[in-house]
Design a protein around this ligand. Sequence first.
Ligand SMILES: Cc1cc2nc3c(=O)[nH]c(=O)nc-3n(C[C@H](O)[C@H](O)[C@H](O)COP(=O)(O)O)c2cc1C
Length: 356
Amino acid sequence: MKTALFRPLHIRNLEIPNRVWVSPMCQYSAVDGVVGTWHMVQLGGFALGGSGLVMAEASGVTPEGRISIACPGLWSDEQAEAFRPIVEFAHSYNVKMGIQLAHAGRKASTLRPWDDHLIASAEEGGWQPVSSSEIAFNDSYLVPRALSIDEIHELTEAFVVAAKRVVNVGFDVVELHAAHGYLFHQFYSPLANTRTDEYGGSFENRIRFLLETAVAVRKALPDTVIFVRISATDWVEDGWDIEQSVELAKRLKAVGVDLIDVSSGGNSIYQKIELKPGYQVEFSNRIRNEAEIMTNAVGLITEARQAEAIVENGEADAVMLARAFLRNPHWTQSAAEELGEKIYWAPQNERGRTLT
Ligand SMILES: Cc1cc2nc3c(=O)[nH]c(=O)nc-3n(C[C@H](O)[C@H](O)[C@H](O)COP(=O)(O)O)c2cc1C
């Protein structure tokens, strides 16, 4: 009998060979939004590590939607095509690939984290960020311009066009990035959204932009597997919370979203996160069981038995790991070994299975 972690997961017509997935990670290594050799090596390396699904990073659906000047974009066919060889490589080892469609909103126009300052000037390729309201994330970020209703509708269309592009180059999963204080989160959290039109105020109004976008992407791509990554809580009193997340998940399920990728935080400098192993699993558990939608857990999941227990106990349908894969891209193969599973290794790497 297979462990829970290494049982395939079926979503629509997609079979994901196991439930250990690579979480999306910004690489700050694209040029004019186009990915290159770094991404091939990094994502290709993850694909050789045995995970069932590798998620490519937050990729801007418009130029202003990128987090940094070095994030990938999806506003041109050329940018999407640059992912094609990576996706084909992963597929040749039976690894599925997803990608995060993103708009950074007020947290945009940065340099890379390892540069000597945060905000990119116009000369450095920076731009005027936009958001739900004219409230900066903090003193280090630019004050955004509030989007007009027409612009909100245009962005929904930009997500649809980007989604079609990534499906066209072979991606198996489209994920809307609605977590970590980026644009969708800047709409659904009352801490960032002070609008008085139909996109602000009540719960219904705050979730409208995300919901309308999910509807539009589902309409354009009736058979594609769609995930939405949310922040289940702002970790701030009177902010966005798990009760609202459960309700949002029910709405997303009703419009055809397949899975909620459950993260948290990133929207307020006042957040008080209770960090501990698997600190976001409880949110995944509540959303999965109360909204009755598939979820994955993420966040400080680092041990094989911990990951196995999360899936086995029904707290999530899968787990995503990020930093553990930066430490060891073959984490999944090691976890399989520890749990007594024999999983696929690329033939070129087979001789590494044993040292005897
Ligand atoms: C280098 C790096 C880049 C990240 N970029 C993204 C991203 O593009 N999109 C996203 O949703 N989360 C991003 N994250 C968050 C991770 O996907 C993950 O949710 C978080 O690191 C917690 O998981 P972990 O404890 O396994 O690292 C990033 C994390 C790291 C370390």
